[in-house]
Design a protein around this ligand. Structure first.
Ligand code: CMP
Length: 139
């Protein structure tokens, strides 16, 4: 199923603003099937591990603090062309640059608190999904 799965998180800002339902509705309406999903909270250590690829960036500390600041929703999604289509649905990383009607345009606060994560490659989608879900938790 290469290319047909992606991993997402609804981030602490969107969860605390009460937007889980709105964002999941957009994901479903866009044709994604939910294969695994959980409401959970990252420890600071696990946020650091998840975003290790960004460890040399100036915003890494802020990112880890923010991502461990409250509950998140983690999910594995399935759809043809999942990575690209999901990135279109969520919009640009910075909501200022996100297209009208995208999840980040509608619900993100800033480039740091940007409502949702979406994998950028098949390889990362696989790694990120495995970070949160065992094989027994996926459908
Ligand atoms: P995400 O798609 O989860 O991948 C990396 C995250 O780092 C990104 O969303 C943002 O939340 C965050 N990020 C990227 N660039 C910046 C930045 N310039 N300042 C603060 N946070 C950033």
């Amino acid at each position: 199923m290469a290319g047909n799965r992606t991993f997402t998180m609804i981030k602490p800002d969107a969860v605390s603003a009460g937007n889980i339902g709105n964002i999941l509705a957009m994901i479903n309406k866009a044709g994604f099937k939910i294969l695994a999903m959980k409401l959970t909270k990252l420890s600071s250590e696990n946020a650091g591990k998840f975003y290790a690829v960004h460890s040399s960036r100036p915003f890494y500390g802020e990112l880890c603090d923010y991502m461990s600041s409250g509950p998140i929703v983690a999910a594995i999604l399935e759809k043809e062309n999942a990575i690209e289509d999901f990135r279109k649905l969520i919009g640009a990383t910075d909501p200022i640059n996100a297209a009208e009607g995208t999840i980040r345009k509608l619900y993100a606060n800033s480039i740091a608190e940007n409502a949702v994560h979406g994998s950028d490659s098949d390889e990362n989608s696989q790694m990120e999904g495995s970070f949160f879900f065992s094989q027994f938790e996926r459908f």
